[in-house]
Every structure is written in C-alpha cells, then in structure tokens.
Design a protein around this ligand. Structure first.
Ligand code: GLV
Ligand code: MN
Ligand code: MN
Length: 406
C-alpha cells in the first residue's frame, strides 16, 4: 500500500492554494470565503470517492465511506481546515488530505471496510480569527456553548455569529456524537525531535496543557513631544516590563515550560502618541497541569504588581485553559504495531502543540501519528516535511485505519 509522491504533492498544493490572500503561505481563517470554498471543495472530493457527506450545524464536514458489515460503527480520522495567519501547507490540512489519500488507497486495495470510515474536516482549531479554540471538535461533543462565542469579534470588528451565519451555518443542538469508535489524527510534529533523532514517524502518547490570555493595559494617550517622561502612563513601557519579567521567569523554569507573547496591539498605534492602551496575548504551556496552574498564577500576580507600580490599569482575561491529555494506550499500541510490522522508524513522543485529538481523547479512544517537520518550523509559510515522509505518515495512517475498520 504505497502512497505516491506525485499524488501527495498535487493534493497538498491544491488545498493550500485555497487561501484568504495570495500569501506568502496559506491564511484560511474560520468562516472566511476561502474557508467555505475549502470545505465545499473537500466535500466534492470526498463524494467523488463514493463517500456520503454532510456538514453539521457549525460547518464541520464529515465524509463517510459506509461500512459493509457494521456501518453504524465509525472509525474516524481528520484534522482542522483552518490555519493560522500566514500558515504553512501542512498544519491541519495534512490530517484531512492525508486521511483522504489513506481512505482512497484502502478502498482501492481492500474494497469497502466492515465498519464505516469517516474523514472529518474540522471547522476550527487554531483560535486565529476569534479568541476561541477547538470550535470544530468541541461542537462534535456538545462542549461549545453559545455564550462562549456570542460576543466575540475578530480584529476587523466582525462578530463570530455574523461570520458563521454568512457562511450558511448556525449554532447546533448541543448534542454530543456517541457513534465514533476511534479517532486517529495525522499531523506534522511542528518541533524538531523526529528530525534531530532521525525518526520518520512519531506515535503521540500525550498532548501538552495550554493556557491563553488577553491582557489589556490602560494608561493615558498623550502628546509624544510635550509629555515629560515622568508624567506618562505609557502602556507599551508597562507591557515591555511585564514581558521581559515573565520571559525571564519562563527561562528560569526550564523545559518543557514554554511562554509566548504573540500578539501586541497598542492604541492608537501611531508614532507621536504615548500609547494609552495596549492589548497583548500570552500563551503558556507545560506537560504538568499543576505546574502550569501554579506558574501562570504567579505570572498573573506579578503582572498586576508591575502594572500597579507604573500606575497602569490591567485586565487579565484567561480565555483558554486546556489540561494535558493522554492518548489511548490501545490505539498507541495499534500504531506501534503497524510501525513495527511495516518496519517504519518510529518514536513514541509527547506533543507540545495543541490538537483536535485532545478534545477527542477524553471521549473516544484516540491516537495521533506525527511526521517530521523540517527544522521544526511551523506556523510559518516555510513549514515543510519531506514528501517521502508524508507518504510514510499517510501509509502508517492507512494501515492503522485498516486494523481498526476492516
Ligand atoms: C495549535 O496549533 C497550537 O497553537 O498548538
Ligand atoms: Mn496550528
Ligand atoms: Mn494543527
């Protein structure tokens, strides 16, 4: 069951060309025109393979290759169709087009499965347009609440609900799916362990815990020429002190703690005005839930302290708090067996990135397959994986699905 390099290149280039702008990289934000186009064209592609397709209320796409003996039992694969701003051609969509190529190969080689095989193109995972993550997978399990998104707006002031309805979708009934027997997600590693240690496949054992924040500092906008330094309430100065302090603490805490201040929006964001208000984000991750909780509590207290000393107001909004999640040991074992049988060079490993699988794992037996990322670069247009490694990853997925569904 070898996967062809040319076919992988073609489908990868096709899907990454569906982007909100001309690049560099792919930007496909939730409920944008390119997001809708990608979901519609994926539906047509799945249908051309004889799959039954449907969207749920919020726009998750499900393509089902109906099983011949127990069609009601579903073995699912897939990932998220949205990207970060200026993302690469693999994060998320590899799990979708790789799932498609794996199912196509299985159908060509073995015919219909006994149980149904389902490919899920999940609506959203990144939290790149609105401050909400896992909208796709959370809706599959009735975990997303109307109240969580009703007031959200994107950077242009467009409301979450408005954007969703403009694409023809709406809130669901909140019911959780209970018919998925197992979920296996193929994804790029996004780090450099596999490459450094010369492995072709990563078998994920657990996914990192993660907290995300919006922090707003409130000072006073004033004239850059006439306001003496001692009279300023400069929120960019305060933010700089906070960020330097927190990053020093993160470095002192050591691996595997990671801390990122990825977005900074000063107001009025112009050259000759002391910035009177600044919004910035913080993303903090660790494998140990208690450590993550204690560390971020410390940072929150220090931030309040630094702001108070500078006479600056501060609002801290912790809008995401996901605990570390273990993958299912049986599925991990299945994937390991596949790698051993096919003589694939694999490593059992932890994931430092968040994934849809972490929403599935507490509810459905779940596993993940990683392929190496060149230089560990991801969330960047330069994100890449050797096409031969992509083929191996898709093959590992296909054999795992075969174990589970045939
Ligand atoms: C998702 O890509 C994440 O930020 O881990
Ligand atoms: Mn990502
Ligand atoms: Mn991803």
């Amino acid at each position: 069951m070898d996967i062809e390099v040319g076919e992988v290149r073609q489908i990868m280039d096709w899907l990454s060309s569906i982007s909100d702008d001309t690049g560099p990289g792919t930007t496909r934000l939730l409920y944008s025109p390119s997001w809708l186009k990608a979901q519609q064209e994926l539906k047509a592609k799945f249908e051309s393979l004889g799959m039954e397709c449907r969207f749920d209320a919020v726009g998750n796409l499900f393509g089902t290759l109906v099983g011949s003996k127990s069609p009601e039992r579903k073995i699912a694969t897939g990932s998220h169709v949205d990207t970060v701003v200026r993302g690469g051609k693999l994060d998320g969509q590899l799990g979708i087009f790789g799932g498609y190529l794996a199912v196509k190969k299985l159908l060509e080689t073995y015919g219909r499965p006994k149980k149904s095989l389902e490919i899920i193109s999940m609506a959203e995972e990144e939290g790149s347009r609105f401050p909400y993550v896992f909208w796709g997978s959370k809706n599959i399990f009735g975990l997303a609440k109307k109240e969580d998104v009703e007031a959200l707006k994107d950077g242009q002031g467009v409301g979450f609900v408005e954007a969703m309805r403009n694409c023809g979708f709406d809130f669901g009934d909140g019911r959780a799916r209970t018919d998925i027997e197992a979920f296996v997600e193929l994804h790029i590693e996004q780090g450099n362990f596999l490459e450094e240690e010369n492995y072709t496949v990563g078998v994920v054992s657990s996914i990192v815990g993660q907290k995300r924040y919006n922090i707003t500092l409130k000072g006073e906008a004033n004239h850059a020429g006439t306001t003496l330094m001692r009279y300023r309430k400069d929120t960019v100065e305060c933010m700089s002190r906070i960020i330097t302090h927190c990053l020093d603490k993160a470095k002192a805490a050591g691996d595997p703690l990671v801390l990122t201040f990825g977005k900074v929006v000063p107001k009025p964001n112009t050259v000759n005005v002391v910035p009177g208000e600044t919004l910035f984000t913080m993303d903090c991750r660790h494998t140990n839930a208690a450590f993550l909780q204690d560390f971020t509590a410390l940072l929150e207290a220090d931030m309040r302290d630094i702001a108070a000393k500078g006479g600056i107001g501060i609002e801290i909004d912790n809008w995401m708090n996901e605990k570390p999640v273990a993958m299912d040991s049986k599925i991990v074992g299945f994937i390991e067996c596949v790698c051993q049988d096919r003589k694939l060079n694999y490593k059992v490993m932890h994931s430092g990135a968040g994934h849809d699988s972490q929403i599935f794992a507490p509810r459905v037996p779940t596993g993940m397959i990683f392929v190496p990322s060149i230089r560990g670069v991801s969330h960047n247009p330069a994100e890449d994986t050797k096409v031969e490694d992509l083929c191996v990853g898709i093959k590992a997925l296909a054999y795992t699905l075969h174990e589970l569904a045939y």
